[in-house]
Design a protein around this ligand. Structure first.
Ligand code: SF4
Ligand code: SF4
Length: 128
């Protein structure tokens, strides 16, 4: 079933556009987690573009991705499959328990020695 609203949310979170994919398969050919993903990167990208997102939210592959970015490096169209996978993983986690980290409580929880990059990443992920 198509879920266009969720497709748009994932595109916004990931900052990448699956419609640019030319289905060459280079991302999947370079993926070290290929055998453990129900939907390898090229298929993952296609399903998001089609708005077929429900199976992706419940697949184990979103937790098998190593975030190695080989798929990002190899993609000739700049699609960045790893970012789409990460966005789906975040949506899946939010559906389970909502946002676990509230931006306002970060400083209190993390302490003064937390790297500023970690704060930036957390704000990017949890305030969209
Ligand atoms: S980032 Fe994930 S999907 Fe992309 S090549 Fe690495 S393991 Fe595969
Ligand atoms: S490498 Fe890029 S263009 Fe090729 S199938 Fe993967 S996402 Fe699509």
């Amino acid at each position: 079933m198509k879920n266009i609203g969720l497709r748009e949310e994932i595109l916004k979170m990931s900052g990448t556009d699956p419609a640019l994919c030319m289905k060459c398969g280079k991302c999947s050919a370079s993926c070290p987690a290929y055998d453990e993903m129900e939907y390898p990167p090229h298929r993952f990208v296609y399903m998001i573009d089609q708005g077929n997102i429900a199976p992706l939210l419940s697949c184990t592959g979103i937790y098998r991705c190593l975030s190695c970015y080989a798929c990002v490096d190899r993609c000739p169209r700049g699609v960045e499959p790893a970012k789409l996978i990460e966005a789906v993983r975040v949506v899946a986690e939010r559906k389970k328990e909502g946002n676990r980290i509230k931006a306002g409580g970060l400083f209190e929880k993390a302490g003064a020695d937390m790297p500023s990059q970690a704060f930036s990443a957390a704000f990017r992920k949890y305030t969209k």
